[in-house]
Ligand binder design. Sequence first.
Ligand SMILES: Nc1ncnc2c1ncn2[C@@H]1O[C@H](COP(=O)(O)OP(=O)(O)OP(=O)(O)O)[C@@H](O)[C@H]1O
Ligand SMILES: [Mg+2]
Length: 234
Amino acid sequence: MTILGVEDVVSGYGSMEVLHGLSLKVEEGQVVCLLGPNGAGKTTLLRTIFGILRPWKGKIYFKGEDISGFPPERLVRMGMAYVPQEYNIFPSLTVQENLEMGAFIREDDIGPRMEEVYELFPDLADRRKSRAGELSGGMRQMLAIGRALMLNPELLLLDEISTGLAPFLVDAIFERIEQLNEQGVTVFLVEQNAPKALQSSDRAYILEGGEKKAEGSAQEIAEDEEIGRLYLGR
Ligand SMILES: Nc1ncnc2c1ncn2[C@@H]1O[C@H](COP(=O)(O)OP(=O)(O)OP(=O)(O)O)[C@@H](O)[C@H]1O
Ligand SMILES: [Mg+2]
């Protein structure tokens, strides 16, 4: 089943068109990555999917429903979660408080879910009373993911969560993503680190200049020398 469908989406800021009619799909249960250079429009696409920007044209479907123009709160309730590229935690709050904020719309007991998130990220459990702003870059990104997981999302949108991290932390983050996916979460991730993202993904899309330049299985994209040379800096 297709969990996310983007059809001929045009979007941008003010009068500046960034996405020029983009179509892609994410199948339920998969990890799909979106790769492309700086300024390609990757973040703009995630913002448009998550309802922070409204598509000028085209449609967005989530679990078969047309969600074009739905606000983020509504999408969160439907099972979508988004980890933005920047400002994705509250630095002055503790780890625990950040996780609580992630569960803001839940009225039931969030304790069990919080323990599951701590199981996935044991380092966070050890630091639950620390201020998020005191954590290392890698731990902050883990916290940002943990926060998004507090509402048991079916689809997780991740924007460059590994950028700027040391290689062993990048590996740790991708291991967690694969683990989450095994638990049934569909993941759509935007990455600069193409080799790593392709290793962990089922499918991949290449975006440049607001247009789709290639798509295929992650393996096909990883092995395509021309794509590597043109878009992935190989
Ligand atoms: N808030 C904004 N207002 C106006 N223009 C913006 C805004 N955010 C991004 N842009 C512009 O939109 C275009 C696409 O930017 P976007 O952030 O989507 O790229 P990206 O692929 O995510 O790049 P990066 O890899 O650097 O994060 C760029 O030309 C950028 O300057
Ligand atoms: Mg971006």
